[in-house]
Design a protein around this ligand. Structure first.
Ligand code: UDX
Length: 435
C-alpha cells in the first residue's frame, strides 16, 4: 500500500517511519530545504529515541522516501496524511490552520485517482468538513474522502506509543475510506488495541478531550501537592493510593512544575476557544489553563523563598531545561520562566540539559553558565534545582551532589530523589508536595 505524508515534523516523521515498519510505502513531503536535506542524509531534525534507526531501516528497505514534490508523493497513494504544524494563533488561542489549508490546496490540485485525505495534525472540530468543501470546490470531479486520525504519541516514547497504542481513532464516513485505513492499520489489529471508527467531528474532538483530560489530571495532582505541603501530607502517597483505584489509574499523577510541551498547552487553550465558540464553555479546562500558567510563573518564587527570600549573587544549578525528559523540546517548558526570573533577580545560574541546550539558548537570558554535564552544573553552587526528570540526574547520588556543591539545598521539582537518602547525606531536601 502506498501513502503520502505531508510534513516531516514530529508527528509526520514518527508516523511515516512506523507505517513503513508496518510495510506501507511512504513518501514524506517536507517543504523546508535544510530539513529535507538533513532527512535525506539520515540526520534527524528532532531528538526521539529510536527514530533514526527506524527511518534508516525504512529507507534501506525502499519503503520510505523524502521529497518536496507533493504531486510525485501523492501519485498512486491511497491515503494522503496531513501532518503539518498547527501552532497556537497569535492573540486568540486558536490553532493556526494556515499550513493545513495550504497543504489541502496543493493536494487537491495534484490528486489523480481516489484517495483518502487524512488529518493527523490536531485540528479544530469541523476542519475535516472544511477540507472536504475546499477539495470539492477545487476539483468537483475528483473521487476522494476525508478522514480524521488523531495521534496520541508522547515525545520520548513516540515509537512505542505508535506501534503499541492504547487505541487508534479513525473518523470517516465512507466504507471505502474505512477500508483503506483499516488495511493500513491491520498490523495493529493483531494487538489488543482497538481501532475505533467514529464520525469525523467526533474523532477531531477526541484528541482535544484526551489531552485536556490528561492535563487536568496533572493539574489536579499539582494542586494536591500544594495542599499536601500546607497540611503536612505526602503527595506521593496520595497519588499512589488514589491511582490504585482502577477508576482513576496511576498514570499522569506525577506532580511537577506544571505541564508544558507541544500539545497540552496548545490543545487545552484550543479546547477552551472551541467550547466558548460553541456556546458550551468548559470552565473546567479554563481553570486548568489558568492554574497551570500560574504554577509555572510561580515556581521561581518557591526557589527564592527556599533560598531565604533573595537569590542575588547566589549560585544555583539548573538541572534540566526541556519540558520533560527524553526530548529536546523546549516548547512551553517550565524552565523558561524559572530561569528568566532567577536570572533577573541576580542569581548566578549554571544550567545543563542532556539534549535541550541548543533549543534552549535562544529562549533563555545571555548571562548563564552553560555546562557540559550535571556535575559541572552543580560545582560550587548554593542550591541545585531539578527542573526535568532526566535519568542522568536520577543517577546522581546524594554523595555526588554533596561533594560537588558548596551549599546543601536541593530543590527537586520532579520528586526524583529519595528524601531520606538526601538528608542522610547532609543535604537540605525540598521535594514537591512533601509536607
Ligand atoms: C502529550 C500526550 O500525552 C500525547 O498523547 C499527545 O499526543 C501529545 O501530548 P507529550 O507532550 O509528549 O504528550 O508528553 P506527556 O508525557 O504527556 O507530558 C506532558 C506534560 O505533562 C509534560 O510537561 C510533563 O512533564 C507533564 N506531566 C506528565 C506531569 O507533570 N506529570 C505527569 O504525571 C505526566
Amino acid at each position: 500500500m502506498r501513502i503520502a505524508m505531508i510534513g516531516g515534523g514530529y508527528v509526520g516523521l514518527v508516523s511515516a517511519a512506523c507505517f513503513a515498519a508496518f510495510g506501507a510505502e511512504v513518501a514524506v513531503v517536507e517543504a523546508d530545504p535544510p530539513k529535507l536535506a538533513a532527512l535525506r542524509a539520515g540526520r534527524m531534525p528532532i531528538y526521539e529515541p529510536g527514530l533514526d534507526e527506524l527511518i534508516a531501516k525504512g529507507t534501506a528497505d525502499g519503503l520510505l522516501s523524502f521529497g518536496d514534490d507533493i504531486a510525485a508523493a501523492v501519485q498512486g497513494a491511497e491515503a494522503v496524511f496531513i501532518a503539518v504544524g498547527t501552532p497556537t494563533r497569535r492573540g486568540d488561542g486558536h490553532a493556526d490552520l494556515t499550513y493545513v489549508y495550504a497543504a489541502v490546496q496543493q493536494i487537491a490540485q495534484v490528486l489523480g485517482d481516489y484517495a483518502v485525505i487524512v488529518t493527523k495534525s490536531t485540528v479544530p472540530v469541523g476542519t475535516g468538513r472544511r477540507i472536504a468543501a475546499i477539495v470539492r470546490e477545487l476539483r468537483p470531479e475528483l473521487a476522494f474522502d476525508v478522514a480524521s486520525n488523531p495521534e496520541f504519541l508522547r515525545e520520548g516514547s513516540a515509537i512505542g506509543d505508535f506501534m503499541r497504542p492504547d487505541r487508534v481513532v479513525i473518523g470517516c464516513e465512507s466504507e471505502r475510506a474505512r477500508d483503506v485505513l483499516a488495511r493500513l492499520y491491520a498490523p495493529i489489529e493483531a494487538l489488543p488495541a482497538p481501532v475505533v471508527f467514529t464520525g469525523i467531528e467526533t474523532a477531531e474532538l477526541i484528541k482535544y478531550a484526551a489531552n485536556s483530560f490528561l492535563a487536568m489530571k496533572v493539574t489536579f495532582i499539582n494542586e494536591m501537592a500544594d495542599l499536601c505541603e500546607r497540611l503536612g501530607a505526602d503527595v506521593r502517597e496520595v497519588a499512589h493510593s488514589i491511582g490504585l483505584d482502577a477508576r482513576i489509574g496511576p498514570r499522569f499523577l506525577q506532580p511537577g512544575p506544571g505541564f508544558g510541551g507541544s500539545c497540552f498547552p496548545k490543545d487545552t487553550l484550543a479546547l477552551v476557544r472551541i467550547a466558548q465558540e460553541a456556546a458550551a464553555p468548559s470552565r473546567l479546562i479554563e481553570a486548568v489553563v489558568a492554574v497551570n500558567d500560574a504554577r509555572k510563573a510561580g515556581m521561581a518564587g518557591r526557589i527564592v523563598t527556599a533560598l531565604g527570600g533573595s537569590v542575588r549573587g547566589r549560585k544555583i544549578a539548573i538541572l534540566g531545561l526541556t519540558y520533560k525528559a527524553d526530548t529536546d523540546d523546549m516548547r512551553d517548558s517550565p524552565a523558561i520562566p524559572i530561569v528568566a526570573r532567577l536570572a533577573e533577580d541576580g542569581a548566578k545560574l549554571q544550567v545543563y540539559d542532556p539534549e535541550g541546550m541548543e533549543q534552549a539558548r535562544p529562549l533563555l537570558p545571555d548571562n548563564l553558565a552553560w555546562c557540559q554535564n550535571a556535575r559541572e552544573a552543580c560545582a560550587g553552587v548554593d542550591a541545585v534545582v531539578v527542573v526535568t526528570e532526566w535519568q542522568e540526574f536520577r543517577d546522581l547520588s546524594p554523595a555526588d551532589l554533596r561533594s560537588a556543591m558548596a551549599g546543601t539545598l536541593v530543590i527537586d521539582l520532579r520528586n526524583i530523589y529519595d528524601p531520606q537518602a538526601m538528608r542522610d547525606a547532609g543535604l537540605l531536601y525540598r521535594g514537591i508536595g512533601q509536607g
